[in-house]
Design a binder for this molecule. Structure first.
Ligand SMILES: *Cc1c(COP(=O)(O)O)cnc(C)c1O
Length: 230
């Protein structure tokens, strides 16, 4: 495919995703502006990822820190990078200055390490708590039984701003119930720290997620269908 063909295919995919987001917003009485599309670029190379900001998508997500570093160094600096996968503590120093939002904080230990590093940088780290709502063994995140206690201790982390919650629905079963459960947790847990952001919904379930209140949808495959993988 030529660069023009790649761009045209990507633009078509994006238009289709946008139509589905808009329709889900309309069905649920929400404003399109209340939902941010985070394009998950993990399956494509820098060349295709770089076409997204040109098409108006400036929120990009990566699940692996090294890949985020690599793409961030090659793409325009006005891209807002979202880390959506596990962050090891030894990768915080290099990742924190590059990211707009970390969706995947899955332990109190990581919160502590992020707080420490953000303090050194003199900035506030914006994060979401990843919640494990599925019993699937592969799913990561904080179990709900520890969530209230972790949230109660958040004020101790002076350099962290927790904006909300993130989850992944199970591969099988009803994603709607999972997304509604995340929304209920956010309502229950909001206090001094508002839990207004809900990161939920991927290619297979983003419309349901929007209907259930997602403010951030993380979409990869639907955007890059028919395009070469990296
Ligand atoms: C890969 C990934 C996505 C995007 O998944 P698609 O099904 O390709 O849309 C979303 N969230 C997380 C955490 C991911 O790792």
């Amino acid at each position: 495919m030529t660069p023009a063909e790649l761009r045209s295919r990507l633009a078509d995919n994006l238009r289709a995703v946008e139509e589905h987001i808009a329709a889900a917003c309309a069905r649920s009485g929400r404003l399109r502006d209340d939902v941010t599309l985070v394009a998950v670029t993990k399956s494509v190379g820098v060349e295709i990822a770089a076409m997204l900001p040109e098409l108006g998508v400036v929120d990009l997500g990566e699940s692996r820190p090294q890949e985020l570093w690599r793409k961030a160094s090659a793409l325009p600096t006005d891209v807002r990078w979202h880390l959506i996968g596990h962050l090891q503590r030894n990768k915080i120093e290099k990742t924190l200055p590059l990211v707009h939002l970390i969706h995947s904080v899955d332990s109190e230990r990581l919160l502590g390490a992020l707080d420490h590093e953000a303090g050194k940088l003199g900035r506030i780290a914006s994060v979401l708590l990843e919640v494990k709502l599925s019993r699937e063994a592969a799913k990561t995140g904080l179990p709900t039984d520890v969530l209230p206690a972790v949230v109660q201790r958040l004020p101790a982390f002076k350099n962290i701003s927790v904006r909300g919650l993130m989850t992944m629905a199970a591969l099988e079963g009803d994603p709607r119930a999972t997304f509604a459960e995340l929304r209920n947790w956010a309502t229950r847990l909001s206090g001094p720290q508002s839990m207004s952001e809900l990161s939920m919904g991927m290619t297979n379930d983003f419309e349901v997620a929007v209907e259930e209140g997602a403010t951030l949808v993380r979409i990869g495959s639907a955007l890059f269908e028919g395009l070469p993988e990296s």
